[in-house]
Design a protein around this ligand. Sequence first.
Ligand SMILES: NC(=O)c1ccc[n+]([C@@H]2O[C@H](COP(=O)([O-])OP(=O)(O)OC[C@H]3O[C@@H](n4cnc5c(N)ncnc54)[C@H](O)[C@@H]3O)[C@@H](O)[C@H]2O)c1
Length: 383
Amino acid sequence: MNPLTGRRTFLGGAAAAVSAASFSGGPLSAAPGDREIRTAHIGIGSRGTALLKQVLTQRNVRVAAICDIDPKARDAAQSLAHRDNPRSFTEYRRVLELKDVDAVAIASPCDLHAEMAAACLDAGKYVYCEKPLGITPEQVDLALKASRRAKTFLQIGQQLRYMPGLRAVIAQIHNDKVIGTPFVIKAQRHSTPVRPEADAARPPWYLDPKRSGDLIVENAVHNIDVCNWVADSRPASAFGHGKRYLPRTVPAGSIMMDGFSVEYVYENDMHLDYSQLYLHPRALKELANGQWYMVFGEKGTVNLSNGIFYDITGAAEPRELIPPDVRDAGENAMSEFFACIREGRRPFAGIEVAATAALTAIMGREAIYGRRMVTWKELGVTL
Ligand SMILES: NC(=O)c1ccc[n+]([C@@H]2O[C@H](COP(=O)([O-])OP(=O)(O)OC[C@H]3O[C@@H](n4cnc5c(N)ncnc54)[C@H](O)[C@@H]3O)[C@@H](O)[C@H]2O)c1
């Protein structure tokens, strides 16, 4: 129990004992080159179906198996993938035994990702795992250790890493030093209140923080990962506040929050100020709604979302950093997953990105629940 709030937190004494040796990517299995790659899909609800559709468009890839505890989900997936006539399973461990499966896409509820990903890696499968990698430090550590043992790799479903426009802007911050030394990131994800019908339509695991990891881990992990990427560092500490505001106020920890703010200080001394609120009136334009990131540096500020650079002196007009041919290019996370398998490369959003993002979000959540500053060291996972 948390001594301040009396509520259960995820960061118990056990977490402090968790320790993982540094990750070092060993040699990967021989690349399969151009031969057919066969996939299995565990968890084929809303996101799993979207991933299955993406996989069905990949060249020389066949869907060999589908797995879900829900018969309706299995039926729907079998219809969708009828071209490949996949076998159907209820128990995910059966998929591990399938010798003709090379790669597994995991889109189960968040609390199952780490266990399933670790088991798939141990069985010699390549893994495309939905975010977050885990919702506790222990889960993250489990997947990390499996990844260290494996001759295959895990790519995390943090597809913002595969947006060509975002990549182009971040490369200009990192390589071309367009804003000089970056100092501060302000990032936000605001929207109008969640409609009660939309909440009711959610699967039960989603609203339960013990299964989803809460809003910051399930949802904001995407945005926070973009901030980690820009910062090119990881947070040393976090402090924050949040709760469920609507339809009635409930303290953080028992039902998914609908608003929080968190402040991270990075190891390189950058800081991130992130807020997510489902309280943003549509007519409120002075503070932009939606998702955005501003990176403030020595020479100016970049709005990551539209790639506009603002000179700090005001002497130069704002200018666009994203080349026109890249501006509208869509994300390519799934095609990159298969390209990495074929070419024997490790993915850009691999295990370290996955673990760092999940731990950053977990650290923020624990700071919110505990109403105190939480440090990276307390998580007890060495990356
Ligand atoms: N990357 C993204 O943009 C994105 C978007 C949405 C969701 N997600 C993530 O995808 C995951 C799934 O979300 P969703 O919205 O599809 O949820 P969902 O509830 O629609 O789907 C989850 C599926 O997993 C199945 N499942 C549960 N336990 C299982 C088990 N033990 N073995 C096999 N199947 C099991 C359920 O029956 C269900 O069909 C979540 O982790 C979520 O955070 C990612």
